[in-house]
Design a protein around this ligand. Structure first.
Ligand SMILES: Nc1ncnc2c1ncn2[C@@H]1O[C@H](COP(=O)(O)OP(=O)(O)O)[C@@H](O)[C@H]1O
Ligand SMILES: Cc1ncc(COP(=O)(O)O)c(N)n1
Length: 510
């Protein structure tokens, strides 16, 4: 979550003047003028991803080639500034450019080429990230470039220095506190008459503040929790490219900072999923796109299975299951379990009938209808048999009641996906328990007191039905939205936990 606070309202600053509303575009054409990072985490590669992830059309004019990876920069090659000039002219001769993000400019000559081009094209949004050192600590800019960089600030609507870069720009030592950084930001904004985003990524502490400082001195702070990660390669590049893109969509700097920072925060938080390199890895630019993409094949059910690993392990640790496998479970415990199961199956059958009613294909409709019938016919007959010989006068226990309530809530208020995800653990975990217990049963020496029950659940037809139910859940997940899948996941995990509690309930209540 990004929290922002405003100190001193902005009044009449030159840089605070809004650009005309007519320039706002849903898919702005955004140009990155920056160096290449072949590892894809920083430079133009990061910029293109950031621009695209934030809804812009990305273009890139390359200012320098680097040989670098997540560990550091090994080499830099700067093509003639004249060739950069040609790239920029080719673009502005043909394409309307809504926003520009400027990154690595290796020397004063390159800086001047960019400044002259900005002078003639005057894009509505120019964000300048004064890149000087990579996150690895390697320098990316010639030492004599400071004055040329300061000169370039006059063409920028926003400059986004990190703390070491801010210190170089104001010609002071690096700020050692957030207050000192804001003071330097104010000085830079005032002397260069430019809007500054002071970035607090390099500070220590649990917060990661940034602040928008106007040339008139007003400061708006945006604070987020610091994420504990080493994947900070390209955070500055990604933020500035996102800012240029969002500003061309909103025409409102504080809103642009809030959105771009929020997007980057999520990209940092999900960065570990990428597993790129051994040093400072990249951020996950496309986290929301990838989260929303339908899972291929059986990826969804596999992720569900992985997610309920604790429940799967817990089942086999239960005294009830261990005693059942060993044949040492008391008849009273087993009778309580079967009585609860009979009550459960009566309701479960109705929920399967609801899945049948909602099914999108005749095949799935028939599958759930057969399941509903099976519950009543086969299971209840088995239980009726056993329970007739071991009568037990109990009503539904608390776990049975909660489990059934959960299933019925999905059946009456949920989508087809939620219903099938909620009923799946009963198929899938039972098939798993049956498979494991049946193997123990086959190795059992003597007559097993629960032979009939164990044989039913290790039945191949039951395993096949569980597999079919898994395929149906995967198909429903592919058809649904990210929100549908989240609800399916919740329904599944709740049911899986109830499966554990259901086995355990017999031990507690008998
Ligand atoms: N560990 C982190 N957790 C959350 N946000 C971070 C973290 N590190 C950097 N940021 C954010 O990433 C952006 C870039 O910050 P910074 O590291 O200061 O710049 P640079 O990448 O240019 O060195 C800022 O918005 C900063 O707040
Ligand atoms: C080509 C290029 N440009 C910029 C950076 C700085 O990256 P960061 O965003 O981590 O400061 C980099 N490492 N390489």
């Amino acid at each position: 979550m990004i929290v922002n606070t405003l100190s001193e309202p902005a009044t009449g600053d030159r840089a605070a003047a809004p650009t005309p509303a007519a320039t706002v575009r849903r898919h702005p054409r955004v140009l990155s003028i920056a160096g290449s990072d072949p590892s894809g985490g920083a430079g133009i590669q990061a910029d293109i991803k950031s621009i695209a992830a934030n809804g812009g059309y990305a273009m890139a004019a390359v200012t320098a080639l680097t040989a670098q990876n997540t560990r550091g920069v090994q080499s830099v090659h700067v093509p003639p500034a004249e060739f950069l000039r040609r790239q920029l002219e080719s673009l502005s001769d043909d394409i309307a450019i809504d926003a520009v993000k400027i990154g690595m400019l290796a020397n004063p000559e390159v800086m001047r080429a960019v400044g002259e081009w900005l002078e003639t094209t005057r894009p509505a949004v120019v964000v300048l990230d004064p890149v000087m050192v990579a996150s690895s600590g390697d320098s990316l800019v010639a030492v004599d470039a400071r004055l040329a960089l300061l000169d370039l600030l006059q063409h920028a609507h926003l400059v986004t220095p990190n703390l070491p870069e801010l210190a170089v720009l104001v010609g002071e030592a690096e700020a050692d506190s957030w207050e000192a950084a804001l003071e330097q930001g104010r000085r830079l904004a005032a002397t260069s008459q430019v809007r500054v985003l002071v970035k607090g990524g390099h500070l220590a502490g649990s917060a990661c503040p940034d602040a928008l400082v106007e040339p008139g001195g007003s400061v708006e702070e945006f604070t987020a929790l610091r994420i504990d990660t080493a994947n900070t390669h390209g955070t500055g590049c990604s933020l500035s490219a996102a800012l240029a893109t969002v500003q061309a969509q909103t025409n409102h700097w504080p809103e642009s900072v809030r959105r771009a920072k929020g997007w980057l925060w999520d990209a940092l938080e999900t960065s570990a999923e990428l597993e790129v390199g051994h040093g400072h890895g990249p951020v996950n630019h496309f986290h929301s796109l990838w989260d929303a993409a339908p899972p291929a094949g059986n990826a969804f059910s596999r992720s569900l299975w992985d997610e309920v690993e604790p429940q799967r392990k817990a089942i086999f640790e239960l005294g009830f299951i261990k005693d059942l496998a060993a044949g040492t479970l008391t008849e009273a415990h087993f009778a309580y379990y079967l009585a609860q199961d009979a009550m459960y199956l009566g309701s479960y059958s109705r929920v399967l009938a609801r899945a049948s009613a909602l099914a999108p294909t005749a095949e799935e409709q028939l599958f759930w209808a057969k399941g509903a019938e099976n519950c009543l016919a086969v299971e209840l007959a088995l239980h009726g048999d056993w329970l007739a010989r071991h009568p037990l006068d109990v009503g539904p226990g608390p776990v049975t009641k909660h489990y059934v309530d959960h299933l019925q809530a999905a059946a009456f208020a949920g989508s087809y996906g939620e219903v099938v995800a909620a009923v799946l653990p009963c198929y899938w975990l039972y098939a798993e328990v049956g498979r494991v217990l049946h193997a123990d049963y086959l190795a059992f020496d003597g007559v097993h007191p629960y032979a009939r029950w164990l044989e039913t659940y290790a039945d191949q037809a039951f395993a096949d039905a569980a597999e079919a139910a898994v395929r149906i859940v995967d198909a429903a997940a592919r058809r649904g939205s990210a929100l549908d899948r989240e609800r399916m996941r919740e329904a599944f995990v709740h049911s899986a936990q109830y499966e554990v509690d259901f086995f355990d309930a017999a031990r507690l209540h008998a």
